[in-house]
Design a protein around this ligand. Sequence first.
Ligand code: FRU
Length: 540
Amino acid sequence: NSMLSWQRTAFHFQPEENWMNDPNGPLYYNGWYHFFYQYNPRAAVWGNIVWGHAVSTDLIHWLHLPLALVPDQWYDINGVWTGSATILPDGRIMMLYTGSTKEHVQVQNLAYPANLSDPLLIDWVKFSGNPVLVPPPGIDFRDFRDPTTAWFTSEGKWRIAIGSKVNRTGISLVYDTEDFKHFQLLDNLLCAVAGTGMWECLDFFPVSKDGKIGLDTSVNGPDVKHVVKTSLDDDRHDYYSLGTYDEKTATWVPDNPKIDVGIGLRYDYGLFYASKSFFDHKKGRRVLWGWIGEADSEYADVQKGWASLQGIPRTVLFDNKTGTNLLQWPVEEIENLRQRSHAFHNLVIHPGSVVPLEVGSSTQLDIFAEFELDKEAVAKAIETNVEFSCQRRGGAAIRGALGPFGLLVLADETLSEHTPVYFYVAKGQNGTLKTFFCTDESRSSEANDVYKPIYGSSVPVLEGEKFSLRILVDHSVVESFAQGGRTCITSRVYPTKAIYGAARLFVFNNAKDTNITASLTIWQMNPAFIRPYHPGGDHD
Ligand code: FRU
């Protein structure tokens, strides 16, 4: 449908058509990044799930390859669901995935590349002894899915986690294996949190306390913290928590029980789910993929013939400045798409003003911005609104002493459509400042079959830091990162006017009592090459 074709993105990973959901089995092998994903080859809605497959040398430009795994066995005939890759020291690749059996039982299966000397890993073989795991006693047959990448134990075994639930308690089962064919269920759970419901798409990985390097999944020791991430089926968000892993007991405890798995921090406060990380041996970094769904109607998805994107892969590091959170940042390769830039230095934006930034068409942008408040205004401000929440009615239209301020992306000339991405600074009675980072979609589109929430959360801003913001704008997706990636928000927006050449960019200050000084660099972005692969040349 050409009417909606502008919603296609220019540099986000998408199949040519139809439905996509979770990232699966990401890995780096022999010069290529491999990406697999939950895919419906027949329609733009969930169903008939297979593994799509694509390869890249830089995580940005992709070649679509033939489907890697399709439902053709009794143990996955109702769907080849989410799974993860483990690369063994000898170079073999073990792919564990969930199959939905002919009886709709969730089981775990093993697959591996048919030919390890093919760098594209086009053909996959399913192990003849599948399934390798069935739901253990006490676990419902519908609540046993999404095996993690395995990590090595000091006993010389591999260990994996699988999400489940018991009543309303989300849990992580743990298994040890030597060969990926026979598994032993451990007595302890890795962790469990009451009231969180089914845990989908668990992820478990170490982060370096130095905040500098990414770590392979098996790394452990005193210089390491461990992250547990769960995707909550009930509330459709990805939650993570930092903590300590005890290898002997196969258990993990959060640093702070108040921000335990599923009740504390989110990777992203917008639309971002079922994410999965992998260790990139090429660059020594941990890279995170996340599924970005649609916020329009299923009817619109069927009309346009596709649904969902993947987020730009993010490097993940421990934030050693705060010690309480991760930092997520678009992989550096995205910067190779930058074209000419426009820079604005120390623009003074007065209270209640909206200033256009003349950067040309604004549908494909990479934006970096820094803001400072007027110091005197901050000192004078009398505000007790630390109860602020991004989600309160009115969003970016409600004015406080020290906010909101930020950017209006995907705006049309008259601002009948616009999406504010902004900070709001609240001042407590004792004079302390608390900063929130939000995206307000309520005026993002004149279409009425679209979900237009206000997203956001607090973000740590340390002494001496400016307010800083990175935004990737790509037609119908806006990915925003505050303070170097401490708090992230991904939005799907569906403007009807602010499209192609009509899309504009503005900086705004809706605070009542302070000037804002803004410095910005804005790059137009080239499209990425994301195309079908034609072996032996293109003969069309
Ligand atoms: C998460 C999920 C997984 C499952 C897959 C099926 O979005 O529900 O738990 O394996 O999608 O497509």
